[in-house]
Unconditional design. Structure first.
Length: 274
């Protein structure tokens, strides 16, 4: 087992075990042909509370066994199964698999935005396992329906997690990309610089953005973005000399090449002798 992991009790009879070997031996002798969990752990002991503008989850690591290649789902949840997350093992040979999903502090009661949110507090981590099978309709060839057989539900695995208050909503603006076109131009031809600014935060915010070419500032402005907004703006620069130009936008670098034109070469007429 990994550091901090606990052995999971038998989901079918509740027996506890001191070693992984004893758990596996118990399952092979008492409950052959059934899926089960071996161990589980929480990489962190807390998860942030969710709200309408921010859905949060914490990692949950677990190892489980499936006896065959049928369609199994291992669920992890706290509070009620409305907050469940799941990992599917399907069309795989019998064996042990990582089946940990995540611990969510939000649940879905219908099509979005019908969410429910878990209050602050300490919760037991529970698991469930379901076998999902396609059952053909004998009266209509080619049709049928998925049927769910819950093998266990709400198993307390001996771990708890704290739902803690999330930080207040804040903007989170960043430069998502810088695109320079074309990569090669001639002297006197403009270069287009596209700067994309996004906001992955929860409220509207602003940030100062600067753009320089070969170390010289060509533009400075304050950009405002609403939550989830992903939008760019264009700058144009016309080079007057041949060479390679370096573009920098708040630490993001790019370049373009300027080719000389015919008029930029000195041409000497030596004449023609007959």
């Amino acid at each position: 087992m990994s550091d901090g992991a606990v052995l999971v009790p038998c989901a079918y009879c509740g027996a506890d075990f001191g070693t992984e070997e004893s758990l596996v031996a118990h399952m092979e002798s008492r409950h052959p042909g059934k899926p089960y969990l071996v161990s589980a752990s929480l990489p962190q002991s807390y998860v942030l509370q969710s709200r309408s503008s921010s859905h949060n989850a914490a990692p949950f690591d677990a190892r489980g066994y499936v006896p065959d290649s049928r369609y199994y789902q291992f669920h992890s949840w706290i509070g009620s199964d409305a907050y469940a997350d799941a990992v599917s093992i399907r069309d795989q040979p019998a064996g042990f698999y990582e089946v940990g999903a995540s611990i969510r502090t939000f649940g879905v009661t219908g099509p979005p935005p019908h969410y429910i949110y878990l209050p602050l507090g300490t919760y037991a981590v529970r698991t469930s396992c379901v076998l999902i099978e396609w059952v053909p309709d004998p009266t209509m060839p080619g049709t049928g329906q998925w049927e769910l057989l819950w093998l266990w539900q709400g198993l307390d695995i001996g771990l708890t997690i704290d739902v803690i208050e999330a930080p207040p909503p804040a903007p989170d603006l960043f430069i998502s990309g810088v695109r320079i076109q074309p990569a090669e131009v001639s002297v006197g031809q403009p270069v287009e610089i596209l700067i994309i600014v996004a906001n992955r935060g929860e409220i509207t915010g602003s940030m100062a953005v600067t753009c320089s070419v070969n170390g010289e500032l060509i533009d400075a402005r304050t950009v405002t973005r609403t939550p989830g907004q992903y939008e760019g703006y264009y700058l144009y620069f016309t080079p007057q000399r041949a060479g390679t130009y370096q573009v920098e936008v708040d630490g993001i670098a790019g370049s373009f090449t300027v080719l000389p034109t015919l008029s930029s070469f000195a041409i000497t007429d030596y004449g023609v002798r007959e």
